[in-house]
Design a binder for this molecule. Structure first.
Ligand code: NAD
Length: 259
């Protein structure tokens, strides 16, 4: 699969799944804009790992809570790389709490980063894709775009919303050489999941090791999905061979949603 000559933006690619996708896109030949938050040294390391594949790599620290910064990021990528051919909306955060205790600012942030930011990036990137008659929009949803879990009201709402947004955009752009698809992973071992383990252990009064096993009871394969497995699917959807795939929501969840 060659993505030589293509340019991609992966939001939230300083860590976890987004980072694996940015590396895999670069390995396939694409120029990549790395985006995300974090400590300077971690960001430097993330950029270095993507740049190791020899394509052009830029960093843009646009905060997905700020629509002006998102618009500037797309404009900068178009100016410096010539295009945004592949847009991967991946940035996301999590907070777990009963609905009546859910902190309002956490609800707002989860919806803003996990759903509204994808609207802002897509809105800004689509005109260029239309001009070039080619584009790939890949939204990283979750098994939680198809199933609910208690105490994850904001996350489940954001992911169900993003799955609907994916389909709507697919229909609008179907005849323009632009596809819009979702990838819905099950549990992937990344900082986002790791952070939930101590809380789960506390609420269930079990060890952290037992909490990890508890998480996996959702996944019939009884193992975490790897970020590289998700990245391989993203690269496939970004390629020429995936031209007829649009409006799809691919699960990669070890059988979770088959139940
Ligand atoms: P992660 O915490 O490792 O990475 C999240 C990334 O988003 C980081 O690069 C972070 O800097 C960035 N980010 C967070 N807030 C941001 C903001 N305001 N502006 C810009 N960037 C911001 O998490 P992950 O597990 O790799 O999650 C990536 C995506 O995959 C998320 O959308 C998540 O919902 C989804 N997902 C994860 C899992 C899982 O089990 N890990 C499962 C299904 C879906």
């Amino acid at each position: 699969m060659s993505l030589k000559g293509r340019s991609a933006i992966v939001t939230g690619s300083t860590s976890g799944i987004g980072h694996a996708i940015a590396r895999a896109l670069a390995a396939a030949g694409a120029n990549v804009v790395v985006n995300g938050l974090g400590e300077e040294k971690d960001i430097e390391r993330a950029i270095g790992a993507v740049a190791a594949h020899g394509t052009r790599v830029l960093f843009d620290g646009a905060n997905m809570l700020r629509h002006n910064q998102i618009a500037d990021m797309i404009a900068k990528a178009e100016k410096e790389l010539g295009a945004v051919d592949i847009l991967v909306n991946n940035a996301g955060i999590q907070h777990v709490a009963p609905v009546e205790e859910f902190p309002i600012e956490q609800w707002d942030a989860i919806i803003a980063i996990g759903l509204t930011a994808a609207f802002h990036t897509t809105r800004a990137a689509v005109p260029g894709m239309k001009r070039r008659k080619w584009g790939r929009i890949i939204n990283i949803c979750s098994a939680h775009s198809l199933r609910a879990s208690p105490f994850k009201s904001a996350y489940v709402s954001a992911k169900h919303g993003l799955a609907g947004f994916t389909k709507t955009v697919a229909l609008e752009l179907a005849e323009m050489g632009i596809t819009s698809n979702a990838i819905s992973p099950g549990f992937v071992w990344t900082p986002l999941v790791e952070k939930q383990i101590p809380d789960l252990a506390k609420s269930e009064n079990i060890s952290e090791e037992a909490a990890k096993r508890l998480v996996l009871t959702r996944q019939p394969t009884n193992r975490f999905v790897t970020a590289d497995e998700v990245a391989a699917l993203a690269v496939y959807l970004a390629g020429e061979e995936a031209s007829s795939i649009t409006g799809a929501n691919y699960t990669i969840d070890g059988g979770w949603t088959a139940q």
